[in-house]
Structures are given as C-alpha cells and as structure tokens.
Design a protein around this ligand. Structure first.
Ligand SMILES: [Zn+2]
Ligand SMILES: [Zn+2]
Length: 567
C-alpha cells in the first residue's frame, strides 16, 4: 500500500467522525495525519520495516494512536475502526454527504427514498421527489441540484497536489529502468492547471516494450485500458487516469510540446508551421519532403518560428505568441525566488506544530523569514485567539524569535474581516503586530455589492498589509463568495495592500487570470501557503505555479524581497 492509500484511510475516518459530530480535535488529528502522510518522502511500509511501530509513531502528527492503526493495516490489511464506521452508515453515504449543501442529516433522510448514489439523487431531485421529505422544499431541492452540478464540474478532476504526488511516484518507478532515458510528466500538470484530469507521462527509450511492461504492472495501477507498443493507458488506484507514451530521442522536443498542450496553443503552432510550408506533429517539425528539420528539443518548437521559448504555464493562448515574437515574455517567478512565507498557523489555533517547529522547518527550506499568523477571536471553529490570548501569543513569538537564529520570525495574525468591514481586533492590538493579514471566514452569503464594500472598507485600514484567499473558494467544495474583484483590486492598489495567492491546492486563490489582471493594475502580490503544519510549508510550489500562469515575475511578488524591504 502506498502512502496516498494510507492517507485515504485517515481522510475517510475523519469524514465519518465528522458526520457523527465526534470530537473536533480528534477529527483534526486524523486530517493532519492524512496530510502529513501524503507529503512524506519515504513510504510508511519502508519506515515500518526498518524501525517498527516506534519509527512510525515518531513521524510528526502521527503519534501512538494513529501509529497503531497504521501497524494494524500493515499486519492485517484493514483498520477495524474504519470497517466499523462503514457499517454504521448506509451504502453510498459518504459520497452523498460530500455534496456541497447537502450534509449528513439530509443524506440520512435520503435512505427513506432508497437513494444510495449520486445518479439516483439527481433523478429524484429533478423529478421533484425530494420536496416530499420532511423539512424539504423546492428551494432545498434546487440547492441540492446546484451542489450536484458543482460536484460534477470537479468530477474526474484531481487537485494539483494529488496529481503531482502520483506523477512523482510514477516517475520514481520508471526511473528504476535503465532503458528509460528521459521521463517527463506533461499535460495540464506541467502547465500547472489548478485541477488535473489525467496524467501524460512521456518517456524516451529505444526499448518501448520494456517500459510498457513495467508501467502496466506497477502496484499503483488498478485497471489497464490499453497496452500498445508506444502508448498505454491505465487507471491508477486513486481513480486518476494515466497515459504513457514512448518516443525516440529525436522526437522528444516535439512530443513534450505536443503532450503538454494546451490544445489551443498547439493548434496555433500547427498554423504557423502550415504558413511556413512545414508540418508539425508529436514526432517533429517536417519540411515538404517529409524530412525532420526540428523538434529534437522543445526550444526548437519555438526557435524555428522565431519565437522565444514559451514556458509551459503560459501556453494557454493568452497572448504568449505575440509576446514571444516581440521578445517580451515575462521572466517568470521561480520557487527559488521565494524568501519567506507570510501566512501560517501554529498550535495556538488550528495548526499542528509549535512556533519553533514551524521556524525550524522554514529554515530548512532556506527561508529568511516567516510570519506567524494565527486566527482571531471570531473564527471560533479554528480556535481563534481573544485579545488577551493574542497578546500572550505575541510574547511567545518574540521569545521564539530571540531563541532561533538564522530566521526572522515575524509576529502577525490572520485577522477576520467582520460583516461591516471592521476588523476583529482594535487598532491598539493590531499596532503591536509586525504584519496584519486579513481574511473573510464568515457571512459568505452577502450580496455582491455589500461583500465588495466590506472588503474595501477593511483594506482601507492603514494597518492592513495583505488580503488573504480573496474569493474564499474551495475547489470542488464551495464556490467563492460573490465579490467584485474589479473594485477590490484597484482598492488594494490604492491602499497599498498586497493580494495573496493562497498556495493550498484546494484554494489556489487568487486565480491565474486575476493575477494577470492584478499585475496590470499595479497590485502587489504575495504567495503564501497558509500552512497548518510543517509539511504544508512545501505547498509553496503550487502557489508559484499559479503566479507563473498569471505571468508574474519576481518583482511582482512581495515575499521575494528581503525582510528589511518588507516592513
Ligand atoms: Zn484563512
Ligand atoms: Zn490561514
């Protein structure tokens, strides 16, 4: 069993416990464990084989309780707690309860109508059967249909971190074959799209049959859809489809360009080739005699058309060809440009690690600074701090900053924006923070104009420096609140507030297109992880992908600056 499958066990336990309204700390612990397991670099089975239960328990966020369940799974092939929980709920329950706006209570009611799948639910909602259930009505029925559509829209799409982790596992396995000379995950993953429908792995080899044999027999493969000489398609155990193609060395550039897409971008390249009297395919660039005149490297695919190299994240037909022809492509920000993380949580609220642990982990990433930004009093579900608790917390942050060398620990808070646009602490508290970052965590259902005004009012407070996860969306789970970004972004520029690109794969908020717009308006951006554990600090790369898709350069991003320039 790989780590992602182990993690899934704990995600599911957490979901069931949440449905039972069990202890929130317990639920949080399971989720944190799942998240940590997903980001481990070594497999749990390996760790267990080498160091037994003790080694497992020492993994951050695991401990005795969860460690024993991992051991149980390794020894017996199941976790009895999960088996038991499954028995307590009707068939298909978890799937139904996961529909946005439906919830566990309603899901239980559906049993009366013998609804145990999404398909049956949709049919019942469309035919008006649901409104006869107690507590239901036409409005609720409509909400459920809306939730179903949201679920469908994300159906079959995987979050960037899950897709990326699976691609890495595949690459790792294929790298064991000396016959695989080059391996490159292409497709929407390489372009950094916020969700991924399938993996496209490209391999260079003279012995495609050896590569194919290994690929379809990997332990992480569930079903083989097709196995050919140079192309195979499988479904991985988590449901993610994966295609593998093998090409010759001399086609590598053309193939990597072709399989990276986007489709619209590729069509344009083919048109350029047509105008030049050539042909472009996944095998190369060919002249009229059918001789290959380019395509061994990806740079060829642009240079042959007198274009600068277009990075994968820009291949979306948003002006990249015009810019490449004029030598005006941006020099995109890179992960290595990032000098610090300005949004993270600790044990003081809903985080998993202490200030010191977060700081040590940030140091390992080579950062110069972090901003500790725990929740404020109104966000009770996340353990938000009262004014006096915040003052005590500040002292701890300052003490940690003195103790830890080689990293600046800044004191901050993720301050709630209240419904009227005022902030969750008075200025006399905010004044004591190094950097104030603000967010919306409640009253999502305001009319657009009111929500926009609420945010603009908050940004006008001169103590506010960063506006976090600006639309509040959770991919596949919750649409963002209604807000007019065409008013918020200019306000951010006017009040000198930076807009966050939240790097958490479920948020990726602000989105790429609006990043581009923000840049046009002269708004400063910041990329933050919103890490709730040390491992989550590594989510930064996904935020960088969004920034790159938004054409952002190092100079557009606040946290590429040294700490002295921040404050
Ligand atoms: Zn937040
Ligand atoms: Zn946060």
């Amino acid at each position: 069993m790989n780590n992602l499958e182990f993690a899934k066990i704990f995600w599911q336990i957490a979901e069931f416990l949440e449905l039972k309204a069990d202890n929130p700390f317990k639920i949080r612990a399971y989720r944190a464990a799942a998240q940590n397991i997903e980001s481990l670099s070594k497999s749990l089975e390996e760790i267990y084989a080498q160091g037994g239960l003790k080694a497992i328990e020492e993994i951050p966020g695991i401990g005795t309780h969860i460690g024993q369940k991992i051991e149980e799974q390794i020894k017996t092939g199941k976790v009895s707690v999960l088996t038991q929980l499954r028995k307590e709920f009707p068939q298909g329950f978890l799937e139904l309860a996961s529909i946005p706006g439906l919830g566990p209570k309603t899901a239980l009611l559906l049993k009366k109508l013998k609804i145990d799948s999404l398909a049956k639910l949709e049919k019942a909602a469309k035919s008006g059967q649901l409104r006869d259930l107690p507590g239901f009505g036409a409005k609720k029925e409509k909400n459920i249909l809306r939730g179903l559509n949201l679920k469908k829209a994300s159906h079959g799409r995987f979050l960037l971190d899950e897709a990326s982790a699976h691609a890495e596992l595949l690459v790792e396995e294929l790298e064991k074959l000396p016959e695989a000379k080059k391996i490159l995950p292409c497709g929407s993953l390489r372009r950094g799209q916020e969700t991924v429908g399938d993996l496209d792995i490209l391999v260079v080899s003279d012995k495609p049959n050896i590569i194919m044999d290994k690929f379809v027999k990997l332990a992480m493969v569930k079903d083989i859809l097709a196995k050919g000489e140079t192309k195979s398609s499988v479904i991985l155990k988590n449901g993610l489809p994966a295609d593998l193609r093998v090409v010759n060395e001399k086609s590598f550039g053309a193939a990597s360009h072709y399989f990276t897409g986007s489709k619209a971008h590729n069509i344009h390249i083919r048109q350029l080739a047509h105008q030049a009297g050539w042909k472009v395919s996944e095998y190369g660039i060919f002249n009229q005699k059918g001789q290959q005149i380019g395509g061994q490297t990806e740079a060829d695919m642009f240079a042959k058309f007198r274009l600068d190299y277009i990075p994968p994240e820009l291949r979306e037909m948003r002006g990249e060809f015009e810019a490449a022809a004029k030598g005006q492509l941006p020099k995109l920000v890179e992960l290595s440009d990032i000098k610090g993380d300005l949004h993270l949580h600790t044990k003081a609220t809903d985080g998993l690690n202490s200030i010191e642990e977060m700081a040590e982990a940030a140091k390992k990433l080579g950062y110069e600074y972090i901003l500790i930004s725990d929740h404020t009093q109104s966000t009770r579900v996340a353990g938000g701090l009262s004014e006096s608790e915040m003052l005590a917390h500040l002292k701890k942050i300052k003490a940690a900053n003195k103790k830890i060398k080689g990293l600046e620990i800044l004191a901050g808070a993720e301050v709630d924006i209240l419904p009227d646009g005022s902030l969750d602490y008075p200025n006399k508290i905010l004044n004591q923070l190094d950097i104030v970052i603000v967010s919306i965590h409640s009253n999502f259902k305001m009319p657009k104009e009111k929500m926009t005004q609420r945010i603009v009012t908050a940004l006008s407070n001169p103590l506010v420096k960063i506006f976090c996860h600006p639309t509040g969306r959770l991919i596949g789970q919750r649409e963002g609140y209604e807000v007019d970004l065409e008013k918020v972004l200019p306000a951010a520029q006017k009040y000198n507030v930076a807009i966050e690109i939240n790097a958490h794969p479920q948020r990726l908020d602000l989105t790429d297109v609006y990043c581009q717009r923000a840049k046009e308006l002269g708004v400063k951006m910041v990329i933050s992880t919103d890490a709730h554990s040390t491992d989550q600090l590594e989510l930064m790369k996904y935020g960088v992908m969004v920034a790159r898709r938004g054409w952002l350069e190092k100079k557009d991003i606040v946290n590429t600056q040294a700490v002295r320039d921040l404050l």
